[in-house]
Design a protein around this ligand. Sequence first.
Ligand code: KG4
Ligand code: ZN
Length: 320
Amino acid sequence: MILGLETSCDETAAALVTADGYIRANIVASQADLHARYGGVVPEVASRRHLELVSPVVREALAQADATLDDVDRVAVTQGPGLIGALLVGLSTAKALAWARRLPLVPVDHLDGHIASLYLQPAPLEPPFLCLLASGGHTMLVDVESYGTQRILGSTLDDAAGEAFDKGARLLGLGYPGGREIDRLAREGDPAAYDFPVARVPGLDFSFSGLKTALLYATKKLSPEELERQRADLAASYQRAIVRALVERVREAAEQVGAARIAVVGGVAANSELREALADAALAPLDLTTDNAAMIASAARFIEPVPYPGYLGLDAFASR
Ligand code: KG4
Ligand code: ZN
């Protein structure tokens, strides 16, 4: 079994996955409540919380799988990108566990992890496919040719799609993280109430910062009572604009590269309107869209492990 660890942002996660991709345990301790009062993740607070949670979360994963460390053959961990202090907690824990048991270690790129959420049983997807990766930190189109070979076709020039959801939610006075809140509120609103434009940038890149500004101006024109009454319409229209931008670009890219299959991963892949709009695509299982360690262990199945003890000098990286 592979023990996976993920601590790149505000989820402390551990999972046990078999070499053929079956999830035996998948534990995610979210810190969202802790950061909600600040309206976003506070890096230093996140690191400290990871430190408190990481051992109990690993223990809980082992218990859920009815396993011990004797059943673990490899340790996989997110090396980056993410919050450097948060990443270091997971990486140091992984090193310590692997070193103590003389096991190999697999450093995993968080974005490869999101893509590998599609490779898990019971319905694993096989490359090639065109992947839309939309999360809080990243929005990109990836041409996945095989398990190890991929090409980035486009990415966001400013905000990530999830970030646009989160910032929009803040402007609407909704909680953090905002994507799920907007998703829920949008169901009660009229998506045609406001015409929010999305910047069309050349190539296959994305841009969401103008949209956020458009929402800011729309809310500024409203009194607090009007905003309260319009909140659902604003959420629905705002979500429609983000989803449209994502869907248009992914269809365009699919045509350009002649992709037979489209896949969607990352936190924003949980969005109900996006899932409906891309119902013909391979969608990451709902519980594996936001950050988790099963996807990290899954990615490790396709990466050469670093043998004991060569990984002790490995460092985390904040950005690619
Ligand atoms: O992949 P993820 O857990 O973390 C990163 O790697 O960034 O993605 C988190 C992002 C947040 O911005 C959150 O608001 C967004 O995913 N998200 C959603 C939904 N659920 C989570 N966005 C839109 N609709 C949702 N239902
Ligand atoms: Zn992520």
